[in-house]
Write a protein that binds this ligand. Structure first.
Ligand code: VGL
Ligand code: ZN
Length: 207
């Protein structure tokens, strides 16, 4: 079975939000349409507590997009975003969630950032999504949402590492950085993932 993973389509990642992804809102009609074609749809929400380690405001003298080292790992610092329970953390209003069967919230550990829907960045804790999907009989996941070069990318790589087929839907995502997206696409291909345009999905799914 195939599943669609709808990643972090939240107000803070859309124009006007705290960490806007350019054109982030433009994918919403397509993502709504895509959901109709999958027997299982899962969504994720970035869901940070106050004072989260990934916020520049948590580190004296730092500003958004600075990089620091946390426990030996590079951490990009972001504007405060997706605070648990805030309007910014809600799904974007145009996103249909009627067919979403499970919502995975990530980034809840104040000390560790979490881009992937499967594991936090330090791989300390699993979200349980791998087991959930496998228990449901999912063999292949299709990924869309925000941001293409962060959460969608890391989720794609972790899906491949977990043994799923992984299909990154290029026109159903938007990236924070163009260069970052190019590097991410190369890495996905190198790991055995697939990049497609949404109009090719029917063809691919008949295989
Ligand atoms: C994300 C940066 C920080 C994402 C989340 O959803 O891609 N990016 N937190
Ligand atoms: Zn975040």
């Amino acid at each position: 079975m195939d599943a669609l993973i709808v990643t972090d389509i939240q107000n803070d990642f859309c124009p006007g939000g705290a960490l806007p992804v350019p054109g982030g809102n433009e994918i919403i009609p397509l993502v709504n349409e895509l959901q109709e074609h999958f027997e299982l749809v899962v969504a994720t929400q970035d869901w940070h507590p106050r004072g989260h380690v990934s916020f520049a405001s948590s580190h004296a003298g730092k500003k958004p997009f600075d990089k620091i080292t946390v426990d030996g790992m590079e951490q990009i610092l972001w504007p405060d975003h997706c605070l648990q329970g805030s309007r910014g953390a809600e799904f974007a209003p145009g996103l249909s969630t009627l067919r979403v069967e499970a919502i995975v919230r990530k980034g809840t550990n104040p000390a560790v950032d979490s881009y992937s829907a499967f594991f936090d960045n330090a791989r300390l804790k699993s979200t349980g999504l791998e087991g959930y999907l496998k228990h449901k009989g999912v063999r292949r996941v299709f990924l869309c949402g925000l941001a293409g070069d962060f959460c969608v990318y890391y989720s794609t790589m972790d899906a491949l590492a977990a043994g799923f087929g992984a299909v990154f839907i290029k026109d159903a995502t938007r990236a924070i950085s163009k260069d970052g997206m190019e590097a991410a696409k190369k890495a996905i291909l190198a790991k055995g993932g697939t990049l497609i345009l949404s109009r090719k999905i029917p063809e691919l799914r008949r295989l």
